[in-house]
Design a protein around this ligand. Structure first.
Ligand SMILES: [Zn+2]
Length: 428
């Protein structure tokens, strides 16, 4: 996913030409996502990076000089969030992280939470926020803390202070932490008012992590061990914790998707070949017997449904790019699995919009005046079929309109990089 200097220069030029002006979307069906509803025939006006007004199209007057988008027959939603992503870091090809940002945007993702931070990600976060680089807003964890990077309570305490002073948004906890080191991390994080989130280390356990104030639990860690779902769901709600279940990557991780089906995913053509080779290798070892994998997957699906039915707060996250989950496109895979788990479209969409706004505390995630001008335009109603999310007519990020043709052009430039994975001829 390396972008050459020419493409990078073109991107920079495009951004400097972008007006921080006014965009009006006329006569559109608004799916505001505060509650489940569609408001037909609305005109939405975005000024700079903020939604200025939403109201009936017949009453709206269009500001002079506005870029006008015909929204007839289309559906306007808040931009999506992928709350568990991994941007390329040191050791990855130069330009790869920037390309990943485009892959996210081209799939309607306007906010990402990066769950393994490097100093380069702090730089990217700033560039995107200032409008110098096109991409979703970035929230980033620091480097993950595990049994190696935080061997003792003192090291845990030191690491939290360091990550906070470097400017990371949250602390990432990983398996391998001892209970005393975990408790020291939790205590310092609470003291410094920086959230800590991530895995549930086996030595800590779900209930202790919830009681300690871990903000998000990734991958439904610790739940299957707990057995009593109802009790775990209640404990989760009482603790005010969030779940980021990452269903698609875990399904691939359990070896439950056939290799041929994985290799036929069209989005693999955006990925450097060595990544796909590595994923194949990772996938082929360490899997439990198929019957066990299937039972684990079924339990995960039942658990997600139980959390959702119990009104626990769920965040959509995909863990991309891990195991055949290509940034941005991974949202489609995750959506499909949440649907299979029995969640209704509104609840799935909410996990990537309203909930993400509540989690980050940013004024994003609904379509209302004063909210951020990150929205997506779809060709069909996602409340009827949530998979309509992929029928993207365009994206507005920080008030900038990127129509489908523009997104496709940017995607093509990334897809055509030499060294990317190519599907075998004859594979549809
Ligand atoms: Zn991850």
């Amino acid at each position: 996913m390396f972008i050459g200097p020419t493409v990078a220069a073109a991107l920079a030029l495009w951004i400097s030409n972008a007006s921080g002006g006014v965009v009006a979307i006329r006569n559109v069906n608004v799916v505001p996502m505060d509650v489940e509803r569609v408001d037909a025939a609305q005109t939405v006006i975005l000024r700079g990076a903020t939604i200025e007004s939403v109201g009936p199209a017949r009453k709206a007057s269009l500001p002079r000089g506005a870029t006008v988008i015909d929204g007839r027959g289309k559906y306007l939603l808040p931009g999506l969030s992928d709350m568990h992503a991994h941007l390329a870091g040191p050791g990855d090809p130069p330009g790869m992280a920037e390309a990943e940002l485009i892959l996210f945007l081209a799939n309607g993702v306007t906010t990402i939470r990066n769950m393994r931070g490097f100093p380069s990600h702090l730089v990217l976060r700033g560039k995107v926020a200032r409008g110098e680089l096109l991409g979703p807003a970035i929230i980033t964890a620091g480097p993950g803390l595990d049994g190696q990077s935080a061997k003792s309570p003192a090291e845990g305490d030191f690491a939290v202070r360091e990550h906070k002073s470097l400017g990371y948004d949250l602390i990432k906890v990983l398996p391998g932490l001892s209970l005393p080191a975990y408790d020291a991390i939790a205590q310092t994080a609470r003291q410094l008012k920086i959230p800590f989130a991530g895995h549930v280390p086996p030595g800590v356990g779900l209930l202790h992590a919830l009681d300690a104030g871990q903000q998000t639990i990734e991958h439904l860690d610790g739940y299957l061990e707990h057995k009593k779902f109802a009790e775990a769901v209640r404990h989760t709600i009482d603790a005010g914790a969030w779940n980021c279940p990452t269903m698609a990557v875990m399904e691939a991780n359990l070896g439950l998707v056939d290799e041929a089906a994985l290799l036929a995913r069209p989005e693999l053509e955006y990925v450097p070949r060595p990544f796909v080779d590595l994923w194949l290798k990772i996938r082929s070892y360490g899997n439990p017997p198929r019957a066990v994998s299937q039972r684990m997957h079924a339990n995960r699906m039942a658990l997600l449904k139980a959390l959702n039915d119990g009104d626990a707060r769920i965040l959509m996250g995909t863990d991309s790019p891990q195991l055949f989950n290509v940034p941005g496109f991974s949202i489609r895979r995750e959506t499909q699995l949440m649907k299979e788990a029995g969640l209704k479209p509104f609840d799935i969409l909410r996990s990537a919009t309203l909930r993400a706004g509540q989690y980050t505390g940013r004024p994003c995630g609904t379509i209302q005046p004063g909210q951020c001008a990150d929205v997506i335009l779809l060709d069909a109603d996602p409340l009827k079929d949530v998979l309509n999310l992929s029928r993207l007519a365009g994206v507005i990020v920080q008030g900038r309109w990127l129509p489908r043709s523009d997104l496709q052009r940017r995607l093509k430039a990334i897809r055509e990089r030499p060294g990317n994975y190519r599907r075998r001829a004859g594979v549809p």
